[in-house]
Design a protein around this ligand. Sequence first.
Ligand code: AVI
Length: 323
Amino acid sequence: MPTTLQPRLLQRPLTNAAAQAAEAAAGLRAHPARVSPKFFYDTLGSRLFEAITALDEYYPTRTEAAIHHAHGAAIAQAALALTGPAPVLVDLGAGSCAKAARLFPALQPRRYVAVDIAVEYLQDALQALQRLHPQLDIVGLGDDFSARLQLPPELVDGPALVLYPGSSIGNFEPEAAAALLTQAREAAAGGALLIGVDLVKPVPLLEAAYDDALGLTAAFNLNLLRHLNRRLGSDFEPRQWRHLARWNAAASRVEMHLQAREALCARWPGGERAFAAGETLHTENACKWTPEGFAALLQRAGWRPQQHWTDEQGWFAVFLAAA
Ligand code: AVI
């Protein structure tokens, strides 16, 4: 009987606690205060995001899945024409790994490399995945690729397909998005990129997706404060904050903020920050593109856009680009 492989888990020292805490403290001291959205993703934050993806208001996940369902064979064929058969599949921000796993039958990857900052959540997901795919070489990389994406060279031993689903690229400012896409091109080693991109649409749909009736997105946003308390030793009290989501037309993005309900002072070892009532802490940008605008961003990062697929309403796009 063939033996079941065990997922390998590698963790980058850069994800160390001190560097993360220093980064968070610098953002809290800034005016206006801001914290990277990567601080959403402790284990509870990853679970809350997973729950958000099932909400009626949060259309991106199911729309992207529908595009893959409708065009999966064509997408896989076009991707494999760029990488060659049995590519290494690199999954950026893998989370539950569900999006990548749906592509396994069509792509038949020889190795699956899942990269995510939430290492414990990733480890659980990979163990479950390995049980379903006992012969697949599965590697988890616990890494903060928002700082720099650099894969251990031994993991990518041929043209890779880099998968970056969910429009997570939208959580980066345009400059940082171009830099990450450039690093993804280097990581692909002559292969290809399959990336999910959320498109511009009427503002009420966008704002509802980031401020749902059940309050899951509010909990996801507020959970960042609990995560900061653990990372930084701060004393944020989530009840003193409210969730805000609003469309910024000039920057073509939904912004999420936490707004102080009252005047307060957050303290942590070596620092503090006073907030006036109504003052905000900026926690996330979610940029929305036109297909032309996103193709231009890919080109700026040195990718050659090949094709993109959208849903009937034109809400979301899946782009394929060659390195
Ligand atoms: C992970 N990322 C693509 C999500 C988004 O839509 O920007 C995170 C999220 N924020 C609020 N809801 C979901």
